[in-house]
Design a protein around this ligand. Structure first.
Ligand code: ADP
Length: 165
C-alpha cells in the first residue's frame, strides 16, 4: 500500500495555489487528506464548514483526495489517519522560516512523521487567500486566482447582503 499524506491549512478560501499543490501531491501519494484547521489568529472569513464545502466542491474531480477537519495537534491527527507525511506549500523565502520552525517542532513530537515541501509552480507564487479576499472586497476579477466554488463564496460574502457563512 502507498503512503498517505496530510495537507493541513486554513484554506480561507482554497485558491489555485493550493489546488496546484493538491494535484501534485496526489500524484506522489496514494491518498491525500486535506484538513481544514481553525487558526483563530488568522481570523477566517468563512466558517470551517464552509471552507470544507468549498474544498470538496473544488476537488470533486480528483481521485485519492479526502477533506476533513481536526482540532488539536497536527501530529496526533496525522497518526489517527495513518499519514506518514505532512505536505506544505512554499511560495517564497518568507514562507520558509515559519514553515521550518513548525516542521522541526512536529518532527520532535513524532519522529517518524516527515514534512515534505512542494515549491509552488511559479505562475501561482503570487496567490494567497488573503490577497484574494482583498481583490474580492473591491470587486476585482477572481477567476484567475480561485476555483469557481471559492469565487461564488467570495462574491456572496462581499457583495450579497444576505450572506450566510
Ligand atoms: P495556513 O494558515 O496553514 O498557512 P493556508 O491556507 O494559508 O494555511 O496555506 C496552506 C498551505 O498552502 C501552506 O503550506 C501554504 O504555504 C500553502 N500555500 C498557500 N498558497 C500557496 C500558493 N499560492 N502556492 C503554493 N502553496 C501555497
Amino acid at each position: 500500500m502507498g503512503k498517505k499524506a496530510l495537507y493541513p491549512g486554513s484554506f480561507d478560501p482554497v485558491t489555485y495555489g493550493h489546488i496546484n499543490i493538491i494535484k501534485r501531491a496526489s500524484k506522489i501519494f496514494s491518498e491525500v487528506t486535506i484538513a481544514v484547521i481553525e487558526n483563530p489568529e488568522k481570523k477566517p472569513v468563512f466558517s470551517r464548514e464552509k471552507r470544507s464545502k468549498i474544498l470538496k466542491e473544488s476537488c470533486r474531480n480528483f481521485s485519492g483526495i479526502k477533506v476533513d477537519t481536526y482540532d488539536g495537534l497536527t501530529v496526533e491527527y496525522a497518526k489517527s489517519i495513518s499519514a506518514s507525511v505532512i505536505i506544505r506549500g512554499l511560495r517564497s523565502v518568507s514562507d520558509f522560516e515559519g514553515e521550518m520552525q513548525m516542521a522541526v517542532m512536529n518532527k520532535k513530537m513524532r519522529k517518524n512523521l516527515d514534512t515534505i515541501f512542494l515549491m509552488t509552480d511559479p505562475e501561482y507564487a503570487h496567490i494567497s487567500s488573503s490577497l484574494v479576499k482583498e481583490v474580492a472586497k473591491y470587486g476585482g476579477e477572481l477567476s484567475h486566482f480561485v476555483p469557481d466554488a471559492s469565487e461564488a463564496a467570495l462574491q456572496s460574502k462581499f457583495h450579497d447582503e444576505n450572506f450566510d457563512c
